[in-house]
Design a protein around this ligand. Structure first.
Ligand code: SAM
Length: 284
């Protein structure tokens, strides 16, 4: 009997391995290598260019944290732009708010969407909600061409700052996000991991660019077992709202959403950063 393992190189000296039952799909799309696997521990998962993206077991953490923090800071958000997010998990969480009127998702690679609909039907379950419009194009170009003030929330659910995702970590992209957001707008984006030097360097670069543009720029953390180090960060940026001072705990709780990771205490706690992360951020 041969064991089959998926192994990802987190750094030159550290790897993450997951026993797999079978590989269910593999292709090279126009943009990236897409692989889907089945595993006992994390269920079905997929990788892009050899990096874990989404799996059935811990996707709720990421999708809760990318979505609900912003909605609990400004519960009046009505127009949402999701950039990347082809698995549909972020859109699924956004659709849980009945008052949200418009959800545009811009994913560069249609194959990620179609394969997620086939192999991760729960994650992709709301892509056909009537409020959702899918655009298959580069998010960088999409925000360049979007009208000023046209969204209340931008969720950047992207790959790492390599390959097709690179443009989504540039000052030009963040400037366009600022322009496209309404005066009450919020931007949430990937800030990588503070733990390993190569990811921390990206986090510091992203934070530096955003804090030079937005009056409010904070970082919050969550636990994502299958991402490098398991300690992952999002950036919260806004023209107006502070996620702690303006936290609308009661208004959010009135939505009555059942969430498995996010809750009002996690909202507050996620912004309490370890000293080494605070020091990294003071440094930028
Ligand atoms: N949660 C995952 C993570 O942090 O690893 C990311 C999810 S994955 C579905 C991210 C998606 O972003 C990919 O499907 C990829 O095709 C898409 N993407 C990367 N660069 C993009 C770009 N410039 N414009 C639009 N989508 C992009």
């Amino acid at each position: 009997m041969l064991d089959l393992w998926y192994t990802e190189e987190w750094t030159d000296n550290c790897r993450f391995s997951l026993k797999v039952k079978e590989q269910i799909h593999s292709e090279q799309s126009e943009f990236q290598k897409i692989d889907f696997f089945k595993s006992e521990e994390f269920g079905t998962f997929f990788t892009l260019d050899g990096l874990m993206m989404v799996n059935e077991k811990d996707e709720f953490v990421y999708h809760d944290m990318i979505t609900h923090v912003a909605l609990a800071t400004n519960p009046n958000i009505k127009r949402v732009l999701v950039i990347g997010g082809g698995d549909g998990g972020t859109v699924r969480e956004v659709t849980r708010y009945p008052h949200i009127e418009k959800i545009d998702m811009v994913e560069i690679d249609e194959r990620v969407v179609r394969l997620s609909q086939k192999y991760l039907p729960i994650t992709a379950s709301k892509l056909e909600d009537p409020r959702v419009t899918l655009y298959f194009e580069d998010g960088l170009k999409f925000v360049e061409e979007s009208a000023e003030g046209s969204y209340d929330l931008i969720l950047v659910d992207s790959t790492d700052p390599i390959s097709v995702g690179e443009g989504l970590f540039t000052t030009g992209f963040y400037k366009n996000c600022y322009r496209v957001l309404s005066d009450e707008g919020i931007l949430i984006n990937q800030h990588e991991s503070p733990y390993f030097a190569k990811y921390a360097a990206e986090m510091k670069k992203a934070h530096n660019k955003i804090k030079n543009l937005f009056p409010v720029a904070k970082v919050y953390q969550f636990h994502q077992p299958t991402y490098p180090s398991g300690h992952w960060l999002f950036g919260f940026a806004s023209k107006k709202f502070d996620p702690i001072a303006d936290h609308q705990r009661e208004a959010w709780e009135k939505f009555g959403l059942k969430t498995r990771y996010y809750n009002s205490d996690i909202h507050t706690g996620a912004f309490a950063l370890p000293t080494f992360v605070r020091e990294m951020l003071e440094d930028v």
